[in-house]
Design a protein around this ligand. Sequence first.
Ligand code: NAD
Ligand code: WQD
Length: 338
Amino acid sequence: MNILLTGGTGYIGSHTAIELIKAGYKIHIVDNLSNSNIDMLDRIEKISGTRPEFTNLDLTNQKDVKHFFERYNDFEGVIHFAALKSVGESVKMPLKYYKNNVVGLYNLLTAIKNHKINNLVFSSSATVYGTPEILPVTEESPIGYTPSPYGATKQMCERIIEDFTSSLATFEAISLRYFNPIGAHDSGLIGELPTGTPNNLMPFITQTASGIREKLSVFGSDYNTSDGTAIRDYIHVSDVAIAHVHAIRFIISNNENIHHKVNIGTGIGSSVLEIIRSFEKTTGIKINYHLTDRRAGDVEAVYADVSYAKELLGWKSIYNIDQMTKSAWIWEKALRNL
Ligand code: NAD
Ligand code: WQD
């Protein structure tokens, strides 16, 4: 069964590629390599034993997307990872984000319609909930205000998929709302490749440990949480990847005209200090950190109710926090030749 992965050479896409190959799927990756490297194909091949088909394609180029689907038209389903994802950059360059993420989806759905592909899995985000009022967050929680254009693109894309699904009786979609994916593949051969100064906690911790950053700022120590630092639902990227195998298998075998929304988290909230302590415990390296003011736009606590993922997809996470922080360090060491 042939599955198209957009953005498949990226962080989550590459881990998913491996899990799909392991599960027996044939895959074709399209990516414009704006935030990934072509050598990812070698790495996927090394880990899985199979080299995925690859086409360098920018989804915002409608003509190229049209030609691609005219040439390759045997996809059972599409997993759409391709997007820009830096929250901070999206505030500075909103049009870049609206064009890339929304126009990219528009062109993809146009081709999906023309080529009668019935199954789509979309990379959504917990960011669509904004500041949740009740924890854990269920899929019924209201879509909230998101301060960043990035978050707005995820909400818009979900809405577009909702309307598209309603308009096409044969079409089914799943938006997977990831919480905070971290960590790297057990092989140590693939992981996150942050460009510039990382915004996210885990790459900042690993880069502080490897000496690239002098000090980690812990944003906020006066939250109403057990140790005063903010709480998130961190999930191992391989768990996220396996969720896609469940999602694509489910959606291909299920023929309903529904847009499902599913939380992908562990259901466990961890504070920033808990993540630092886990990293220090599993690696034996002390992190140089200091407590600073809250970061603008940050939410105090967010973690998922994951019961629907179990019910609908038969999926739940396996990796614990220590495995996540340990794998992130193994990847950082490989990346820096330490
Ligand atoms: P990533 O940047 O590593 O991967 C995205 C890939 O998409 C990259 O390889 C990039 O080159 C490609 N791409 C971007 N725009 C493209 C375009 N116009 N045409 C073709 N390819 C394009 O990001 P990731 O962390 O793997 O995220 C994958 C998806 O998951 C994204 O949609 C992201 O918004 C979403 N998501 C990520 C997180 C996270 O914390 N990593 C959390 C929630 C949701
Ligand atoms: C986690 C916690 C920070 C860096 C973002 C996006 C979200 C999703 C995942 C894509 C927070 C604290 C961080 C640092 C710190 N991405 N922190 N020092 O903000 O939960 O979510 O990534 O969809 O949309 O908004 O993740 O890793 O940035 O922060 O103290 O140097 O770590 O304040 O409490 P976040 P994060």
